[in-house]
Design a protein around this ligand. Structure first.
Ligand code: FDA
Length: 309
């Protein structure tokens, strides 16, 4: 109930206008977001790398409605990649890209514009020795995003895919994506999807996650296990052993600010752990989806706004 209400708030322009005036440094916002500037993302990435973890950086922004906004998002990634390279961080840090922020939803040529922008980001990442992963968004974009992935992988084979266990289709997508060298992030899924396309109960989503994980771990690709769920982390470890996978032939991924001690614990056992680090001033939708995952954080968030206001 609360989850659905919050997910619908994540798309509300009025709520967004009300909350987005607050500087990012406050309370819960700072817990989940590196900051608003490129320098913030680079600085926090350096801290994460120094702690022995890897990072994937997301320049916040989605549902781009103007071509200029899509170009600005692409340019933000190009600047970020150069700064990461200057800081010597491209072996520890890659970037995560939302095609909607690159122009996918623009009328007419949206898919083409997004692909072209993503291609430029992939080319820069490749040149600087790192990679790009295409985030998964709501189910209406899944086909378009997977088609863009195929195109991008022709030139940049390390481009990562993201699949969402809550979608009925995903076990099949995992089979298609489990080939050699294929980097695939498996997450539960963060959008409010209808039951015609998605599992709605926690138990069904978790079972689907395990089925998908089995396919990816048994395959020839590089699974990226994106979850904070202790049971799924344990199952992933057991599957890696069953399939004789060496540590580093798959990785764990968690969000910045979520279960940080578990991130360090896994890394201390020799596992490769990557932290998903968002930055930028468009943090509203991202943050509300995090509240939906853990409504206890909502009280903390509201209190931090009031006490800082
Ligand atoms: P679940 O929500 O069941 O949480 C398990 C446990 O983790 C909770 O009991 C709690 O202890 C802890 N936890 C979870 N969320 C928390 C929070 N916000 N604050 C504090 N504790 C929390 N989704 C998507 O649709 N497209 C995408 O591209 C991505 N990309 C992505 C990358 C990475 C690296 C991660 C980790 C996640 C995503 N997601 C995503 C989000 C994902 O789909 C999902 O919504 C969240 O990860 C929450 O699901 P869990 O698997 O953590 O399980």
């Amino acid at each position: 109930m609360i989850r659905r209400a919050l997910l619908s708030l994540s798309g509300s322009e009025r709520a967004k206008a009300m909350v987005s005036g607050f500087p990012v440094s406050r309370g819960v916002v700072a817990r989940y977001v590196a900051g608003e500037q490129t320098e913030d993302a680079v600085r926090v990435s350096g801290e994460i790398a120094a702690a022995g973890l890897h990072v994937t950086i997301d320049f916040l922004g989605e549902d781009t409605v103007e071509p200029a906004q899509a170009d600005a998002t692409r340019d933000a990634y190009l600047t970020l990649l150069r700064r990461l390279s200057d800081a010597g961080l491209t072996s520890d840090a890659e970037v995560s890209v939302k095609l909607s922020a690159m122009g996918q939803a623009l009328p007419g040529d949206g898919d083409k514009i997004a692909l072209e922008n993503a291609r430029q980001v992939c080319a820069a990442a490749h040149e600087l020795g790192t990679t790009v992963t295409l985030d998964a968004e709501d189910h209406t974009t899944t086909d378009g995003t997977l088609e863009a992935l195929v195109e991008l992988r022709r030139d940049f084979s390390a481009t990562g895919a993201v699949v969402q266990a809550y979608l009925h289709r995903t076990e099949g997508d995992c089979r298609d994506l489990a080939g050699e060298g294929s980097r695939v992030r498996l997450c539960k899924g963060a959008y409010d999807e209808p039951e015609s396309v998605a599992f709605r109960s926690r138990a069904e989503v978790d079972s689907s996650y395990v089925r998908c994980l089995k396919v990816l771990m048994a395959g020839q690709g590089y699974p990226m296990v994106a979850t904070h769920d202790p049971r799924l982390v344990e199952i992933a470890g057991a599957l890696a052993i069953r399939h004789d996978r060496a540590k580093g032939s798959y990785e764990y991924q968690m969000l910045y600010g979520v279960r940080p001690s578990e991130q360090r614990r896994l890394a201390a056992t020799g596992e490769l752990v990557r932290v998903y680090l968002p930055y930028g001033d468009q943090w509203y939708g991202y943050l509300v989806r995090r509240m939906a995952e853990r409504p206890q954080n909502l009280g903390l968030f509201l209190r931090s706004l009031v006490s800082a206001g």
